[in-house]
Design a protein around this ligand. Structure first.
Ligand SMILES: [Zn+2]
Length: 177
């Protein structure tokens, strides 16, 4: 099988780690998600989806639904979050980069981790500050969805780990184009 064409490429990326109570065994287990600062997003041109152009983006983005990840990138992810791997979701039957419970091994659904008040949709600065952010200076290549969120911008700015060069040019809280 040919290697897929990545939809997100970045020179470095962050592993965000939080904690949930496993829905199956009720033990506390770490869960992680990937984020990028400056990155390039692949956009399909043409109806056959064969032509992909890359657009440079400076805004941080949280990745989701990672259905493919470069093996070197995955190694760097697992160095921080060894409980993450490409695994099949029971509902969708698709393979994606997921979090398994460190006690019982059950997949912690991505969707469940991104509900309001879940680790990757914090509703307050205090909740966002519970996340551990580890940057890896390893190239990220993945087929994934990506979304911008103000909590991520704010968190990275508070940590001083990544500030979008666009951010200082517009009022706090304003949405980018
Ligand atoms: Zn469990």
């Amino acid at each position: 099988m040919d290697e897929p064409i990545p939809t997100v490429v970045a020179d470095r990326f962050a592993v965000l780690t939080g904690e949930v109570v496993c829905f199956k065994c009720a033990a506390k287990t770490p869960v992680a998600a990937l984020a990028v600062g400056e990155h390039r997003e692949g956009m399909e041109l043409g109806e056959d989806g064969m032509d992909l152009v890359f657009e440079r983006c400076f805004e941080p983005a949280l990745l989701g639904n990672i259905t493919w990840i470069d093996p070197d990138t995955l190694r760097a992810v697992k160095a921080v979050a060894p409980w993450m791997d490409l695994m099949a979701s029971a509902t969708a039957g698709e393979v994606y980069l997921g979090n398994s419970c460190t006690h019982c091994g059950v997949l912690q659904g991505d969707w469940f981790l991104r509900e309001p008040e879940a680790p990757f949709f914090p509703m307050t600065d205090e909740a966002a500050d519970l996340l551990v952010v580890v940057w890896q200076d390893v190239q990220l290549q993945a087929v994934a969805d990506y979304g911008m969120s103000s909590w991520l911008d704010d968190l990275l700015e508070r940590r001083g780990e990544y500030v979008s060069p666009l951010r200082s040019k517009r009022p706090r809280g304003a949405k980018g184009a």
